[in-house]
Design a protein around this ligand. Sequence first.
Ligand code: G4P
Length: 283
Amino acid sequence: MNINWFPGHMAKARREIEEILKKIDVVIEIVDARIPVSSHNPMMDEVTSEKPKVIVLNKRDMADEDETNKWLSKFRSEGLHPVAVNGRDEQIIRKIEPLAVEATEAMFRKMEEKGINRRAIRALIIGIPNVGKSTVINNIAKRKIADTANKPGVTKRQQWIKAGSRLELMDTPGILWPKFEGEETGRKLSLTGAIKDDVVPLDEVAIYGMNFVLRHDPEAFNKFYSIHVNAASDIVEIYEAIGRVRGLKAGGNEINYEAVTSRIIYDIRNAKIGRYTFDRVGE
Ligand code: G4P
């Protein structure tokens, strides 16, 4: 496991984020639209429970559109303020700002009743590594922010970036650690690239991903690799078929299983076969 995720570091990160929260009006949590639940750290709900919350389903371009819409409805029904985006989209602030306004409206109205004038809405972006926090902040700031090195917590040096007409965004994100609850969560985090280290055995990740695609979209899988298999096919048979077609040999005629594993993970992680959402509403 990455050293930055040891319990001591997590407790420190939590304290740092709690400290910053005193200065902000709304939390913008970024999750991966392909795993909106698995890429969310539930402990963060305790820390941020007092704050209005915008939930950004990023990497929309790689997720199943129907499932994304189901997640948006579900989160909205839970009183959250959700939006699905592509973090690289030029107009991203136009999608996020209205949600931040909506999320903080009740609070500002109460302040106005007490005679306090409205001011800019102060927001902090949080999320686990690789969900696209820097991409979104860079995009909004129109410049490259400091490298956050994906260490849990919040960088000490903070500046506010003016974003849109009403929002001020902290220029470094709050970094959460991925949750290591259950094997399936780990596999999903690894398959989507949230965990890049070999925390989860890669062959398990590849087989999980392959089974998912074979269950939900077998035609696309067969077409992509030019093979003919199905969800009931033997794993070795599928590996051999992909290895042969892609020329992944270990010398002689032997199939290089590790290379097949890497290839399957790469193809699913980068949405080369299709757009899939691994966390399903209702499951
Ligand atoms: P982080 O700060 O949360 O750790 O994530 P970061 O912005 O570094 O994004 C992680 C990877 O996800 C980057 O790719 C980034 O380009 C990609 N990404 C972010 N948002 C989106 C999105 O909405 N759609 C897609 N398809 N990709 C997104 P990378 O391969 O690590 O780097 P690079 O390709 O940008 O060089």
